[in-house]
Ligand binder design. Structure first.
Ligand SMILES: [Zn+2]
Ligand SMILES: [Zn+2]
Ligand SMILES: [Zn+2]
Ligand SMILES: [Zn+2]
Length: 468
């Protein structure tokens, strides 16, 4: 069996988890038995758990590099657990500092960015949520996302944890790595437009347009999870419908609507399937041609296809076209003007502390030089190009609240440096996006920001104009 960490947790035997996922992907029903409770820690790194020596042996190939680097850190600092690096953590601040220190040392030792499972393991070590002790902790048996040293401390945290337990269950749900059923198979035609997208969120809108009820407990079965996940896939088109509510769509002349989707990834292919474009036509009946331009270095190849289907009493055509290049390269090639520019999960700023003061603050707080966390600026030219496409709405979404503010800041900085003196008008201020994805993600970065976040979590839109 080829092992890979699609799912990973510092509180479960990951081999058991992988075997369970593998079994279900072959169509077997989920085990009735809960995950094994008696687990032992890997003595090399103290950060992963196994149900048996056999499973520990099976994992060694994948685990070895990570484990050796962590033991190196422990022996350098002469500590028994990596998170004792600055002494026993005793509050969220010292815990977070220890996490950042370990991750920084690990990146340095490995000489590269951390992989998915390494981020996951080092960001969410098992410690008691109340007293921050690292030894002999038990995890919540429902979500396997938090731990406690004693039933007393579990009880003390129960009120606070109640709200998060369901989200963590979704995050660690083994069904999420299953091959997805196509949404066109899960929902029939869409018939009822949403009267006002501002009064609904993605769940309500999905139930309204599809006349299907979403399951109360999405993690209860594979079928439940797939329908829930399918509703989440309407996030991008929902965010577009939401944004257009702030424009004069009623006065939109013509029947062709073109959207540039910048920084598009493979993922976004899945969010603009036929069923999703149907929602667009359902909301805007006068449009019969929707042109989607996916532009970005991560887009899959150059491709162009056109699909026509009869819907709501008219032939509706969707043009899909991809440009594997940066936006500034694209604009050299073509002079097309879209009706809307959309950048989903834009990452204009990528959590980089942008000012010297912020870098200094981060250095003091974490002991890590600020510039070590800054990522390469790939967006400035693209943003400038985008802002010079005047007088049309530019919508962009961000994963977290902090990122949303930084992303807007990045746009303002580019606009200010622009000698054409572009003026930025906000179509609306940053909002928690009611059409954000439904599937939670956990924040590997830090606790000053949302610790659970969603794709398209925050939305804002601007229009750029030439200053008079
Ligand atoms: Zn196991
Ligand atoms: Zn280990
Ligand atoms: Zn405790
Ligand atoms: Zn829980």
């Amino acid at each position: 069996m080829a092992l890979a960490y699609d799912m990973c947790s510092s509180r479960c035997c990951n081999i058991c988890l992988l075997l369970e996922v593998e079994k279900q992907s072959k169509g077997a029903s989920p085990s009735k038995e809960p995950m094994p409770q008696k687990l032992h820690k890997c003595s090399g790194c103290q950060l992963v758990m196994y149900c048996s020596q056999e499973h520990q042996r099976m994992d060694w190939q994948l685990h070895r590099g990570f484990c050796r680097a962590i033991s190196q850190i422990m022996s350098n600092y002469q500590i028994k657990h990596p998170y004792l690096i600055s002494g026993q953590p005793h509050d969220s601040y010292t815990m977070e500092r220890a996490i950042l220190q370990v991750k920084y040392l690990l990146r340095t030792l490995l000489g590269r960015k951390l992989e998915y499972h390494e981020e996951e393991l080092t960001s969410f070590p098992a410690y008691c949520e109340i007293c921050y002790h690292l030894e002999r902790v038990q995890s919540c048996t429902r979500c396997h996302g938090v731990s406690y040293c004693s039933p007393q401390h579990a009880a003390q945290d129960s009120e606070r944890h109640k709200a998060r337990c369901g989200l963590l269950q979704l995050y660690y749900c083994p069904y999420k790595v299953q091959p997805q059923m196509s949404p066109d198979m899960l929902v029939e035609d869409l018939r009822t437009p949403v009267d006002d997208v501002l009064t609904m969120d993605l769940k309500q809108a999905f139930e309204h347009i599809t006349s299907r009820k979403l399951p109360k407990v999405p993690t209860a079965s594979m079928k439940n999870y797939q329908l829930f996940s399918c509703a989440g896939d309407f996030s991008c088109i929902g965010t577009i419908c939401f944004t257009l509510r702030f424009t004069e769509m009623a006065e939109f002349k013509g029947n062709k609507f073109a959207i540039f989707i910048l920084g598009a990834t493979v993922e976004q292919d899945l969010w603009f399937r036929q069923i999703h474009t149907k929602w667009f036509f359902l909301q805007f009946k006068q449009i019969t041609r929707l042109e989607l331009y996916f532009i970005g270095p991560e887009v899959l190849g150059a491709a162009r296809r056109e699909i026509t289907y009869n819907y709501m009493g008219a032939d509706r055509t969707v043009l899909y076209t991809s440009y594997r290049m940066l936006f500034q390269e694209f604009t050299k090639e073509t002079r097309l003007k879209p009706s809307l520019i959309a950048i989903f999960n834009c990452g204009f700023s990528e959590h980089a502390p942008s000012t010297v003061a912020e870098q200094k603050e981060q250095r003091e707080r974490t002991g890590i030089p600020g510039d070590a966390c800054a990522t390469k600026d790939t967006w400035s030219h693209g943003i400038l190009e985008m802002l010079q496409t005047y007088d049309l709405p530019i919508l962009f979404t961000s994963l977290t609240r902090l990122e949303a503010d930084f992303d807007y800041g990045a746009i303002l900085r580019v606009a200010q440096a622009d000698r054409l003196e572009t003026r930025i008008k906000r179509l609306f201020d940053v909002k928690k996006n009611p059409y954000r994805d439904l599937r939670p993600l956990r924040n590997w970065q830090n606790q000053n920001d949302d610790d659970i976040f969603y794709r398209n979590g925050y939305v804002q839109a601007v229009i750029s104009q030439i200053a008079k």
